[in-house]
Design a protein around this ligand. Structure first.
Ligand code: NAP
Length: 423
């Protein structure tokens, strides 16, 4: 038994990987979940209800998910005296796909963030965030539906990995001394120091994943977003390594932007994917001014952090923004907002981000019918203006629903769609 303190469900089968590297998904996969802290239990209950209903309605009794509760955050600390028990990481490794609610960040000592710890311990190198508009959601844009993209953000490197030394500390002083004396760097004495490592290996892994996604989902543009004009050996190298990978592994499918005019008269041949790149600051303008030109966006860690939230705001905010952290073996999907502790236990907040993370999970295991059923149910519910408090305060004439009622409304709308399609 690989677990120290937990017992996996009596029923269910583990997802495995076939020889080709593709997931082999049984009809009853065991999927670990962390319900999360604060409002986590509320949004998880609504999410589980919607996902189970969508699977049941789509496949009747042919398929089912066997949920396996694992622990992290406050609940884990209260129960086991640990913020991130080893069993949780074991379960994610063993069952390959999981979902988690938001977690309280421990204040003082120990871990910087449990989320970052999970990503680093499992080497989940890609953070994947789709950004799309749901009709009826208030947005600051005139045409928010024009943005329909997915962001692949590197998750383990860059200044964001947290290798930093406090101003005046012996380590910072030693580093400044070394850099100024040995490498001729000009650094003000007494500075704080952050280190920005970016590797060819991590960049290639990320770009490969993004291009494979574009191929699978029939997207025709992949864009590398970097600040390589200034940070040449980190962000600039990210760009170079991205094009290099595409040339080496996808030469028959991917057309680099510089070849578009030279070899194809400026027009992308049918069935091909354009690989271009944009400097990060320009990209923030581009997604506002020409959002329809971008489909798959690949960025280093820090750019991706900023860009994902800015893009989410364009389509109506973080309340409906899902996410996933993954590598070639494991994928863990998660709500992108925090625990909203002031609303804990009030059955009030919007479960949309977690529900859509569940949709990503269904898509990841190839259960597309159930994923589409959830999307349609959610679209209809929002179009009917039946929403939780966060959207209610922005939509005129809307009906205010609790968190659980919003989940029920989605299930109801899935039912009606199914009934219609059977008629
Ligand atoms: P937060 O929990 O995201 O909440 C900030 C505000 O965002 C809430 O007060 C609420 O705004 C709105 N909000 C968040 N989730 C919502 C939902 N599901 N539905 C509707 N509105 C929602 O951010 P925080 O207060 O800065 O952080 C609280 C804790 O969460 C901290 O311990 C933090 O470290 C942690 N955190 C965890 C994660 C994660 O696990 N992925 C991510 C971020 C933060 P209004 O009050 O205006 O309605």
């Amino acid at each position: 038994m690989p677990f120290q303190k937990l017992a996996p469900p009596a029923r269910g089968t583990a997802i495995t990987k076939g020889k080709s590297g593709a997931l082999v998904v049984p009809r009853d996969p065991i999927v670990p979940f962390v319900e999360g802290d604060g409002t986590g239990p509320d949004i998880w209950r609504a999410t589980k209800r919607v996902l189970d209903a969508a699977v049941q309605k789509s496949y009747h009794d042919e398929r089912t998910i066997e949920w396996f509760e694992v622990f992290a955050g406050e609940k884990a600390n209260n129960r086991f005296g640990e913020w991130l028990p080893a069993d949780t990481l074991t379960a994610l490794r063993l069952y390959r796909v999981g979902i988690k609610g938001p977690l309280t960040t421990p204040v003082g000592g120990g871990m910087r963030s449990i989320n970052v710890a999970i990503r680093q311990k499992l080497d989940l190198y890609a953070c994947v965030r789709p950004v799309r508009y749901f009709s009826g959601v208030p947005s600051p844009m005139k045409n928010p539906e024009k943005l329909d993209a997915i962001i692949f953000r590197e998750n383990t490197e860059d200044v964001y990995a947290g290798i930093e030394y406090e101003a005046g500390s012996p380590a910072a002083t030693k580093l400044i001394d070394f850099l100024t004396k040995n490498l001729g760097a000009a650094i003000r004495p007494g500075s704080g120091i952050g280190i920005k490592p970016m590797s060819r290996e991590a960049t290639r892994n990320l770009v490969r994943r993004a291009i494979n996604y574009a191929i699978a989902q029939r997207k025709h543009t992949v864009t590398l977003v970097h600040k390589g004009n200034i940070m040449k050996f980190t962000e600039g190298a990210f760009r170079t390594w991205g094009y290099e990978l595409a040339r080496e592994e996808f030469a028959d499918l991917v057309v680099p932007e510089e070849e578009l005019a030279a070899k194809h008269g400026g027009k992308l041949p049918p069935g091909k994917i354009l690989l271009n790149d944009r400097i990060a600051d320009a990209m923030f303008q581009q997604i506002l001014l020409r959002p329809e030109e971008y489909q798959v966006i690949v960025t280093p860690n820090l750019n991706g952090d900023y860009l994902s939230d800015a893009a989410a705001a364009q389509v109506g905010g973080l309340g409906l923004a899902p996410g996933g952290n993954m590598n070639d073996d494991i994928a863990c999907f998660e709500a992108t907002h925090g625990t909203a502790p002031k609303y804990a236990g009030q059955d009030k907040v919007n479960p949309g981000s977690m529900i859509l993370s569940g949709v990503l999970l269904l898509e990841h295991i190839g259960w597309q019918e159930a994923a589409s059923a959830v999307i349609r149910g959610l679209e209809r519910t929002i179009a009917q203006k039946r929403v939780t408090y966060d959207l209610h305060r922005q939509i005129e004439g809307a009906t205010l629903l609790k968190c659980s009622e919003f989940g029920e409304a989605i299930v109801e709308n899935i039912d009606q769609r199914m009934a219609k399609s059977l008629r």
